[in-house]
Design a protein around this ligand. Sequence first.
Ligand SMILES: [Zn+2]
Length: 211
Amino acid sequence: MKNDERRLTEAEERRKRRFEEKCDEMYREGYEKHNLFFSIIGANIYGPLLALPLNLLFLYIYYVINGCSYVNTLVIHPLLFTLFLLIAIVLHELIHGITFGIFASEGRKAIEFGVIWKALTPYCTCSSTLKKWQYVIGALMPTILLGFLPGMVAAATANLSLLIFSQILILAGGGDFLVVVRLLFHRPKMASVLYLDHPYECGLVAFVKQK
Ligand SMILES: [Zn+2]
């Protein structure tokens, strides 16, 4: 989301100052900054498109093992199911935070959570720079634990509710897949690269220093 399209919240202003300090620190160390941003519309289209093959893969695995059968007793009440989904959305951000916190040089202090109330979207942001593999693992971990893993358990136990749950959580990881693909295609030659969450834009920045 562009800065001039909405006013920054107090927390975002604080994170912006911290981000600018970090940028100055990196410039002094000889890094230059590359923006790896997405438009919100692009993220909403390409994110789910990237998730779709994985959705189909887990549907296929379920179908190969169970055919069209499922265990009736494990189909739960829609309200309870919705509650589990809401908890999972919060857990998704928490898992990002824990994973990034493990890798961040400042540890847990680098991690902040918030909610964009207009879009009812919780988010997690990390104010430490990370290596590419650390960023990739941190971005994928929630979908691995809340999407892929339940997808496998659903197939093994013929649990239709869990299959639907995992499908929704895989789709919800679309934005994270987009970040990972963007990271994997960012390959400056002969350079050391560190990545940092942008405090309010949709995406991240890369700090690149020629070796
Ligand atoms: Zn995520």
